[in-house]
Ligand binder design. Structure first.
Ligand SMILES: Nc1ncnc2c1ncn2[C@@H]1O[C@H](COP(=O)(O)OP(=O)(O)OP(=O)(O)O)[C@@H](O)[C@H]1O
Ligand SMILES: [Mg+2]
Length: 451
């Protein structure tokens, strides 16, 4: 039997940037919160990792509310890496939002609006209610793809056929294009165990069924049993949305204009206030639980005085996420003022921050990190090439050295070498320059042309 589910609601999507930090699995601490030399993809930087571990405990225990953290240290010493590790330790349940301060300056939105939206994305609301749900393992998911109405070179799902199975039965449903799109965005695939709220078509991914999978592919924490009983049932449906999701849902005005509504628009303050009131009453009634997560703001020196004071005020409110800032500046001018302050951060905000510092790496640590990065990218490298790359990392920056790995491997491939050799590192070193070289070059170039 094929049935129809036509409505759609927001589901939280965790925003994560991987790439350069994909090798990081956690903080690599033992039970006493002591850093293990090399663990979870992290090397050295023990004091900072242990401090981060203590903070994770406070956050999980709900004892960090309204406070902030600053990770300060020279470029390439793992500030962003540690923030990523913190997000891994917090787990899937707590939102972790990463924002580079430069993203606040956009043409579509006020800078404070970008910041407040990021803060509200970092606060989860876990809602519980008994609902009519569809629950089961996804055993079939076929998208009916059609060309995008405005961009025919792109395909989007028009609908999808979903088959869910429990230990007892199997049922198929047609879902609308918007629900299908949601499946795609959440990466739902055959083998996932999911629950769908019948009425709102909200989707919650419960885990993987683990049937017929190779065990090494799986994170064992993610495996869940195939549900028993019927596919359709009444059940307590637990799902997490963010305050921002609720803002968006409530700002959605019916009518002609909503056709043009996109996600990059500003939300009225009244809507936010109404959402806050609603959430607070749900919490009082025991129907919801607040999950304050983390907003990580990188490149803090790009924030200006207006953003800082806005954030300072927001941190005082009861609904505030934990804010982690990262800075690689010593003393700097606070943007938008003539005042110089430590890290370019206003003193009243600095007063509220716990500060973690990161230190420069030793040669051995640089080598170990490069080794891990090579392994993560499936790049094999000769010992002397790794030594040479380590020297480059010591002289210039760790970031520059890690970035040379991929092009060196590319050239090794062209040369027919299974392993990257020293010659290839030398070759790419000659092709790409690091920041200090490129800025020096431009300075000299300017001198030539500006006199
Ligand atoms: N202790 C570490 N263990 C493993 N990998 C690390 C460690 N520190 C840094 N890295 C990796 O080295 C690279 C550079 O580090 P990262 O970007 O975190 O530095 P940063 O302090 O944030 O620099 P910036 O000040 O320029 O933002 C990244 O790929 C990061 O994942
Ligand atoms: Mg960084």
């Amino acid at each position: 039997m094929i049935e129809d589910i036509s409505e759609i609601q927001e589901v939280t999507r965790k925003f994560e940037r991987v790439g350069a930090h994909s090798h990081i699995r956690g903080l690599g601490l033992d039970e006493d919160l002591r850093a293990i030399d090399v663990a979870d993809g992290l090397v050295g930087q023990k004091r900072a990792r242990e401090a981060a571990g203590a903070i994770v405990r406070l956050i999980k225990g709900g004892k960090m509310g309204g406070r902030g953290i600053l990770i300060a240290g020279p470029p390439g010493t793992g500030k962003t890496a540690i923030a990523v590790a913190i997000s891994k330790e917090l787990g899937k349940d707590l939102p972790f939002v990463q924002l580079s301060a430069s993203e606040c300056y956009s043409a579509e939105m006020k800078k404070t609006e970008v910041l407040i939206q990021a803060m509200r994305k970092a606060i989860g609301v876990r809602l519980k209610s008994v609902r009519k749900v569809l629950e089961g393992e996804v055993v079939g998911l076929d998208y009916n793809m059609v060309p995008h109405p405005y961009n025919p070179s792109m395909k989007v799902p028009d609908s999808a056929t979903l088959t869910l199975a429990t230990t007892e039965e199997k049922k198929s449903f047609t879902v609308s294009g918007r629900v299908a799109m949601q499946f795609m965005q959440d990466g739902i695939s055959v083998g996932d165990v999911i629950m769908i709220d019948r009425e709102s078509a909200r989707v919650a991914r419960l885990g993987r069924s683990g049937r017929g999978e190779k065990s090494y592919d799986l994170d064992s924490r993610d495996i869940v049993p195939v549900p028993d009983g019927k596919v359709e049932k009444e059940k307590e449906f637990v799902y997490t949305v963010t305050l921002h999701d609720l803002d968006e849902a409530n700002a959605r005005r019916p009518g002609l204009l909503s056709i043009f509504a996109d996600t990059s628009r500003e939300i009225d303050n009244e809507v936010r206030q109404a959402v806050d009131e609603q959430v607070k009453s749900w919490v009082e009634e025991g129907r919801a639980e607040l999950l304050p997560g983390v907003l990580f703001i990188d490149e803090t020196h790009l924030m200006d005085i207006e953003l800082f004071s806005f954030m300072n005020r927001a941190m005082e409110s009861e609904l505030s996420p934990i804010i982690i800032l990262a800075s690689n500046r010593g003393y700097a001018r606070i943007r938008g003022t003539d005042i110089t302050s430590p890290h370019g951060i206003p003193l009243d905000l600095l007063d509220r921050l716990l500060i973690i510092t990161t230190e420069l790496y030793s040669r051995d640590e640089i080598k170990e990190i490069l080794k891990i990065r090579a392994m993560e990218s499936d790049i094999e490298i000769e010992e002397d090439a790794l030594d040479y790359l380590t020297d480059i990392g010591g002289k210039t920056s760790l970031r520059y050295a890690t970035q040379l790995l991929a092009p060196a491997a590319e050239i090794a491939g062209l040369n027919g070498n299974p392993k990257v050799t020293k010659a290839e590192i030398e070759r790419v070193e000659g092709l790409f320059v690091d920041v200090s070289q490129s800025s020096k070059y431009l300075k000299e170039w300017e001198k030539e042309f500006l006199q």
